[in-house]
Design a protein. Structure first.
Lengths: 140, 374
């Protein structure tokens, strides 16, 4: 009985870990007053269509490199597009002189570090990634 | 040295890395390409009858963020059309002040906000063929790959619940390249390689573009137009251009289409259109098709003039592409062209070839090349 309970707990923990890896956490600077955003608002922030928070302070967006699994999940689940499609969008924006792409970081840890150090910053990390020193937003 | 620089840039493109400095306040990007082309008689795009390896280009783009509201953008292009001929062109250089998320004002030389392609005409990774559809974007003086010099406003905002609208308005001057030789020849004017390209100047330009981004992901449509005074050696005249454009870009499809019309008072009317389709068979392989055409109707020209092919262009093309990454793509295409508005002999040969009946009105082009960006 005990062994079967342990086995069940192990399987549940493994499933939770796998599910966490298939999600992302949206993180913001610890001083941010924003606690929740819907997907449309998140899209507007990451596409730089909205560049200020409600309090008027500037939004600082940090993305991940296109090899990142977190980016693939974020692109499809939040932006509703593939990484390739989002890259094409930024290529168009950059070379038509319309906008700078967000800064890119190579790992969850670098994103957390960047968001912690930059007031107004918003980024994303893998669902199971540590998010020490930053606030995690609820996606409505 | 140029080839070493090209190899270095290709390496960076393959890694998908952009060069950054100082915490994203300055960004350096670039794009370029190379193509080999061979035709069965005339010269068209990268193709010559003997085969041409020399068509290559590289553009360097620098963006500078100066504070929260000021951005400076500049782009320089280097293009090699022959072994001894490297052209350098300032694509744009302007400063932009952001008044709000919905409104920015621009000063300087700014890429022309026109149609689907004018702002990114040389960026090969954004389209399925090595070249833009020539009927609208070829050197005929419509919009081409050029800029306006002056002042403009631009912005984007939500429209209703699910629509968005993007808008541009500008004023100033323009200088657009036109391949002059065919039209000059039908008018009985002298034609030579030295005078093949004219920079058509238009002053006192007012123009704009409105684009509607629909609730259907990837679908947008719009209208572009401008008008002004064209500077001509025999007297300035008014000129206006209008364009309708639509595109649907959502994996695996890429569909673009435009119709453009130009009227130069007492000089000519021009109509052009294209339909371009790309389909991603797999994440790497893409097939593409394109049809484009152009008809030119100069005023005062004898309708029975003997060389109507010099005023028209109809082209059908098929392409097959392999995307190594979103930043690098190998492209191959076959083009069948009827008409000589663009596909023509060297201008120095016009006087010899055309009256003797040697003009080939049909041209087949095979191209292979690469586009990259970083």
């Amino acid at each position: 009985m005990k062994k079967s309970s342990i086995a069940i707990l192990f399987v549940l923990a493994l499933a939770a870990a796998v599910q966490a890896e298939e999600t992302v956490k949206i993180i913001v600077h610890p001083a941010s007053r924003t606690t929740a955003l819907d997907k449309q608002h998140l899209s507007d922030l990451f596409y730089k269509r909205v560049t200020h928070w409600d309090d008027g302070s500037p939004v600082v967006v940090v993305d991940q490199t296109d090899k990142s699994q977190a980016r693939a999940i974020f692109s499809t689940k939040i932006l509703g597009k593939s990484v390739t499609a989002v890259k094409a969008y930024w290529t168009q924006q950059i070379f038509s002189g319309r906008e700078l792409a967000p800064v890119e970081k190579a790992s969850d840890a670098e994103v957390v570090d960047y968001v912690r150090q930059h007031p107004g910053a918003i980024g994303y990390v893998g669902g199971a990634a540590p998010a020490d020193g930053v606030a995690v937003l609820t996606v409505k | 040295m140029k080839r070493l620089l090209l190899c270095f840039l290709v390496t960076i493109a393959l890694t998908g890395t952009s060069l950054l400095a100082q915490d994203n306040h300055i960004q350096l990007h670039g794009f370029g390409g190379w193509a080999y082309g061979k035709t069965n008689g005339n010269i068209y795009l990268s193709g010559t009858p003997k085969g041409n390896y020399n068509s290559s280009d590289l553009s360097l783009h620098v963006s500078g963020l100066v504070g929260e509201n000021l951005r400076v953008e500049t782009q320089v292009r280097f293009a090699e059309a022959s072994e001894a001929d490297v052209e350098m062109d300032l694509a744009y250089a302007f400063a932009e002040w952001k008044l709000s998320d919905a409104l920015r004002i621009r000063f300087g030389e700014v890429k022309l906000p026109f149609g689907n392609y004018a702002e990114v005409a040389h960026v090969g990774v954004l389209r399925p063929f090595l070249n833009t559809p020539q009927g609208v974007y070829g050197p005929v003086g419509l919009a081409g790959e050029d800029s306006y010099k002056g002042i403009g406003i631009t912005g984007e905002r939500v429209l209703g619940k699910k629509w968005r609208v993007a808008y541009d308005a500008y004023g100033g001057g323009m200088s657009i390249e036109e391949f002059l030789s065919p039209e000059a020849f039908v008018h009985g004017e002298p034609v030579s390689n030295e005078t093949r390209i004219e920079h058509e100047q238009t002053r006192n330009v007012l123009g704009g573009r409105v684009r509607f981004l629909t609730p259907v992901d990837g679908l947008d449509f719009g209208v572009s137009a401008y008008g002004g005074t064209e500077v001509k050696h025999d007297g300035d005249t008014s000129r206006w251009v209008a364009d309708l454009h639509v595109q649907y870009v959502a994996d695996p499809w890429l569909v673009r289409s435009e119709y453009a019309h130009e009227m130069v008072k007492n000089d000519l009317k021009l109509d052009a259109a294209y339909l371009e389709v790309g389909y991603q068979l797999t994440p790497h392989w893409q097939v593409a098709g394109q049809y484009n055409h152009l008809t030119t109707n100069p005023f005062g020209l004898d309708p029975k003039q003997p060389y109507p092919s010099l005023l028209g262009h109809r082209e059908a093309a098929l392409g097959l592409n392999y995307w190594l990454s979103p930043n690098m793509v190998l492209k191959g295409s076959v083009h069948q062209v009827n008409g000589n508005r663009f596909a023509a002999p060297e201008p120095d040969q016009f006087a010899e070839v055309i009256p003797s009946g040697g003009l080939k009105t049909s041209t087949r082009l095979v191209q292979f090349g690469v586009n990259f960006s970083f």
